[in-house]
Write a new protein. Structure first.
Length: 247
C-alpha cells in the first residue's frame, strides 16, 4: 500500500466514509484552500465535496475560515480524530448489552473456546469478575504460588477487585509459601481458603463459575480453555465439593 492509502484505511477504520476520508486527507495536505482544489486533490466532484465538507464539519473535522471576502476550507488538527474514535467507542459500549444478549447461549447448547497467551489470560480473569452475580459461587483449584508469581502486580489487582464483590469465593490451594501466606489473610479478601495435600505441582488454574468452567495453563504457551456445558460444569462442581468437604 502507498502511504496515503494506509492513512485512508486508518481513517475508514476510525469510522469515516471513503469519500470523507479522501476529502479530509486532501484538505489536511493542502491547508486552507478552496473546494476546487480539494476536488482536484481528492478526485471527487466539486458539487459532491460541498456535502462531504458539511458532514466533516458535523464530526468536528473541518472548519471554514474567512479571509477578506474569500472563504477557505480547513481540515481540523488530526488530534481531533481521537474524539471521533472516542464517540465510536461510546456508541459500542452503549450497544454492548445488545451484542451480549445475542451472544448468550440458548438452553442445551455448548461451546468450547481456546485462547493463547498471558494477555488473553488476564483479560479472561477480569471478565469473570464482570459476569458473576452477587451471592454466586466462585470456585478455584490452583497452584497459588505458580499463579501468583506469574504476574504479582496483576494478581494483587485481581484479588483486590474480587474481594469487593459480594460473591462466595472458595479456593483450594496446592500447599506452598504463597498459598500459606494467602490463607492467613483469607478474611481480609472475602474468601475461604483450604490447602490441598502436597503432591505433584499443578500447572493449571481451574475456575468454576455458575455456568462456565475455565482452565488456565500456568506454563507456556499459557493456553486458556473455556467450556460452557451444564453437565460438565455440574460434574466439576460436585468434584470440588467432594474435595472441599474432605479437607
Amino acid at each position: 500500500m502507498l502511504k496515503n492509502e494506509k492513512l485512508l484505511q486508518i481513517l475508514k477504520d476510525i469510522g469515516l466514509q471513503e469519500d470523507e476520508a479522501n476529502v479530509y486527507l486532501a484538505s489536511l495536505s493542502l491547508g486552507p484552500t478552496s473546494v476546487l482544489k480539494i476536488s482536484k486533490r481528492s478526485g471527487i466532484k466539486r458539487t459532491t465535496v460541498y456535502g462531504i465538507i458539511e458532514d466533516l464539519k458535523q464530526k468536528g473535522l473541518m472548519q471554514i475560515e474567512l479571509k477578506g471576502l474569500k472563504q477557505f476550507y480547513v481540515a481540523e488538527n488530526p488530534e481531533k480524530l481521537e474524539a471521533v474514535l472516542e464517540r465510536r467507542k461510546n456508541e459500542f459500549q452503549d450497544k454492548l448489552p445488545e451484542f451480549m444478549a445475542l451472544y448468550k447461549l440458548k438452553g442445551g447448547e455448548s461451546t468450547i473456546k481456546y485462547y493463547t497467551g498471558q494477555e488473553a489470560m488476564r483479560n479472561i480473569y477480569m471478565e469473570t469478575l464482570k459476569e458473576i452475580k452477587p451471592n454466586e459461587d466462585y470456585l478455584v483449584i490452583t497452584n497459588q504460588d505458580k499463579w501468583y508469581n506469574l504476574d504479582p502486580n496483576f494478581a494483587d489487582k485481581y484479588i483486590e477487585e474480587r474481594s469487593k464483590l459480594n460473591i462466595k469465593t472458595r479456593l483450594l490451594f496446592q500447599d506452598g509459601k504463597t498459598a500459606q501466606e494467602h490463607k492467613k489473610f483469607e478474611k481480609n479478601f472475602n474468601q475461604s481458603v483450604k490447602i490441598l495435600p502436597k503432591g505433584e505441582p499443578l500447572n493449571v488454574d481451574t475456575v468454576l463459575l455458575p455456568n462456565k468452567l475455565i482452565t488456565f495453563e500456568l506454563i507456556p504457551p499459557y493456553k486458556t480453555v473455556i467450556i460452557e456445558n451444564k453437565s460438565i460444569v455440574e460434574l466439576h462442581k460436585e468434584m470440588f465439593e467432594l474435595i472441599w468437604q474432605g479437607i
